[in-house]
Design a protein around this ligand. Structure first.
Ligand code: KG4
Ligand code: ZN
Length: 415
């Protein structure tokens, strides 16, 4: 993008540190990504089979300054050319969140720029919009959004917020005294999109929670099953590829649909994980190859090409059946939600949204039902700061700012 165009838009630096990724990005007008830098801590947490909070915050501390600097360099901007700083307030690990929040506050204060608190889940929702904007598309509202990651599996109805027209304040200092800590929705600021055709909501959206997991998140189930099978951490990417490699091998077991009492739009994945555990316990023939894979992982060999040769047809069949069950549950409940809410748009976001089978089945099923489905690219599906900067822009447009009292909230709700 030419420098001139950058200068006309609102440039927001987004900072994300809620879990095990230190990320910073600069996004213009909530739609044009100038830079997006993600420092993953996977190598640090891998040997523990999950994120260790104390190690995560220590690593965020090490990474935050170079990651932000890199994002600014890639964007080709000076700090004083920013219009605002957006930072994840929660949900997430408190110690990790505090690193990003403290740095964001310090930058905002030092530069006299507005500070914007972003809900991580709202960031994931904006990732789907951000991706659509890159392709010149605009998801129509209302929509149903499935956020599916290692920490969350939740369904929301997403709507343009009701209320009057809010404009970004001309003079930021005037609005500072009215800084808001909460997440009440601002009125929708309807702007013309780049093509000047369809009005798109670029202000705060309104959310209604429709269902959520009662136990494990879907990504957590992937990670736990991969651990049981000696396939390393994180589990999603490797199980995704092994399931695809399974082809038509015989199914060693079948997993039925999960029923949840009460809200039919709630999810549950711990039963499936336990079913895999029991299946492995009952079939000792899996043991030898699991041990071989664990030994390979310990020597640092964890690539798909290295692990595939020591996966029997039985293991591949098991992985495929596990993934079929997860994908079926996610797709069925999301489609039911879309039908119940009478929406024409489905948004799918979060780390598990990178899953190829999930994307394929969603496309097929949504297409048949006459629904349009939007996914972020894999890089925008997993935790990143571009989605935080995009969500921050909506709050900037609505004049919703935070101040130096901003604090981390481990369980910050979205709705
Ligand atoms: O959104 P994310 O980066 O972090 C949070 O948990 O917030 O998601 C990470 C999760 C992990 O559980 C990982 O196993 C899963 O997303 N994941 C996948 C795939 N890629 C990542 N799950 C299934 N298929 C994938 N291709
Ligand atoms: Zn996330």
């Amino acid at each position: 993008m030419a420098r001139g165009e950058q200068e006309t838009g609102t440039r927001i630096l987004g900072i994300e540190s809620s879990c095990d990724e230190t990320a910073a990005a600069v996004v213009v007008d909530g739609r044009t990504i100038l830079s997006s830098v993600v420092a993953s801590q996977i190598d640090i947490h891998r040997k523990y089979g999950g994120v260790v909070p104390e190690l995560a915050s220590r690593e965020h501390l090490r990474q935050i300054v170079p990651v932000v600097r890199e994002a600014m360099e890639q964007a080709g901007l000076r700090y004083d050319e920013l219009d605002a700083i957006g930072v994840t307030q929660g949900p997430g690990l408190v110690g990790s969140l505090l690193v990003g929040i403290t740095y964001g506050k310090a930058l905002a204060e030092a530069l006299s720029k507005p500070l914007i608190a972003v809900n991580h889940l709202e960031g994931h929702i904006h990732a789907a919009f951000l991706e659509a904007f890159q392709g010149g598309e605009t998801p129509r509202l209302p929509a149903v959004c499935l956020i599916v990651s290692g920490g969350h599996t939740v369904l929301y109805e997403v709507n343009a917020a009701a209320g009057g027209d809010a404009e970004p304040p001309d003079d930021y200092s005037q609005s500072r005294g009215r800084a808001e800590m909460g997440f009440s929705n601002a009125g929708p600021l309807q702007k013309q999109n780049a093509l000047g055709r369809m009005p798109v909501p670029q202000s705060a959206l309104a959310y209604r929670k429709l269902g959520q997991t009662r136990d494990d998140a879907a990504g957590e189930a992937y990670d736990k099953v991969a651990k049981l099978l000696g396939l390393g951490y994180p589990g999603g990417p490797i199980l995704d590829r092994l399931a695809a490699a399974a082809g038509n091998v015989a199914a060693p077991v079948r997993f039925g649909p999960t029923k949840t009492r009460g809200n039919a739009l709630d999810f549950s994945f711990s039963g499936l994980k336990t079913a895999v555990l029991y299946h492995l316990r009952e079939h000792s023939e899996y043991n030898e190859e699991i041990q071989k894979r664990q030994a390979l992982l310990e020597t640092g060999h964890r690539k798909f090409e290295e692990l595939l040769p020591i996966c029997s047809a039985q293991t591949l069949g098991l992985v495929r059946e596990f993934q079929n069950a997860v994908v079926r549950d996610l797709v069925e409940r999301t489609l039911s939600a879309a039908e119940e809410c009478g929406v024409g748009t489905i948004l799918v976001s979060g780390g598990v949204a990178a899953n190829r089978q999930l994307r394929k089945v969603f496309e097929e099923r949504a297409g048949k039902a006459g629904l349009k489905v939007f996914f972020p690219s894999p890089a925008l599906s997993t935790d990143n700061a571009a989605m935080i900067a995009a969500a921050a822009y909506a709050r900037f447009a609505g004049g919703i700012f935070a101040d130096v009292t901003l604090n981390a909230m481990a369980s910050l709700p979205l709705a």
